[in-house]
Design a protein around this ligand. Structure first.
Ligand code: HEC
Length: 252
């Protein structure tokens, strides 16, 4: 059923004003999306925004050093128990950079042990059936990436509460504005009602997930799904508002 667009009955100056406000809002949302990705990106040692970063923020995670895990499971079998113990102590300590090629340790410096026990297989140039050039260990820059274990602590309850108080209110008001404008357009009701529903559901899933994740870490994907649904539906609604404002015709 076609229905009237209230927005298109507005005069030119009101339509221009509303368009500029909506564009500013879209710009702000884009920037906050980028800010969020950069802000959360470096919790784990992997580049970019990963699920571990997000899980770390809301629920906390322990990321085990891959080197430590490999050595603890007895890899490589050829390694002497003495050398293994040196590497284990080194990886479990908090002087990973300092002791890597410490002169005091001489032949027992981790760098020396890795060079003699690992690099034959773990070098970009390694070839052969049991080589593993995908994980080169020639340089400290390469070793460093897999040497650190970290416990990512979730954001503190007070910070989470402060963040909820600003976000719940500002995002809900933003949603009301976006959905209110959308309902004043002439787009089919089936489409606009669906977007309003998605915005409401997305926002509720996202924000409630922040808190549920403290008790149950398995919920973290819901935060991401809710956030994506919310962001896409809001952006689409705002674009539809602008499109409606400038569609030809008087809106009836
Ligand atoms: C004989 C060849 C060989 C030697 C020597 C060797 N590795 Fe490996 N390494 C491999 C292969 C092949 C794999 C992949 C299969 C597997 O995980 O067992 C691997 C896997 C690993 C992994 C896991 C990578 C991943 O992404 O799961 C780590 C960490 C590792 N090696 C560290 C070391 C360290 C440290 C040393 C020396 C103390 C060492 N390796 C010595 C062949 C070797």
């Amino acid at each position: 059923m076609a229905h009237t667009s209230i927005l298109r009955q507005l005069g030119l100056s009101a339509r221009l004003g509303v368009s500029l406000i909506v564009l500013t809002l879209l710009g702000g949302l884009t920037v906050s999306g980028i800010y969020m990705a950069v802000h959360h990106e470096n919790r784990d040692e992997q580049p970019g925004l990963t699920m571990t970063d997000i899980r770390g923020h809301y629920a906390g995670v322990s990321v085990r050093s891959p080197l430590l895990s490999a050595i603890e499971r007895g890899h490589p079998e050829s390694q002497s128990p003495e050398a293994r113990k040196v590497l284990l102590d080194w990886l479990k300590g908090d002087r990973i950079s300092e002791d890597y090629d410490s002169l005091d340790l001489g032949d027992l410096a981790p760098a020396e042990i890795i060079a003699s026990d690992c690099v034959s297989c773990h070098s970009a140039q390694s070839t052969g059936a049991d080589a593993f050039p995908q994980l080169p260990l020639d340089y400290f820059d390469q070793v460093k990436k897999v040497a650190h274990s970290s416990d990512i602590r979730p954001v503190g309850i007070e910070v989470l509460a402060a963040s909820t108080h600003t976000h719940a209110i500002s995002l809900a008001v933003l949603s009301l504005v976006a959905t209110g404008l959308l309902l004043l357009t002439g787009w089919p009701r089936g489409l606009t009602s669906l977007l309003v529903l998605l915005i409401g559901v997305g926002l509720a899933l996202d924000l409630s997930g922040w808190w549920i994740a403290r008790l149950y870490a398995g919920i973290v994907p819901m935060i991401v799904v809710g956030g994506v649904i919310f962001a896409v539906a809001v952006a689409l609604s705002l674009l539809l508002v602008i499109a409606d404002l400038w569609r030809p015709g008087k809106g009836t």
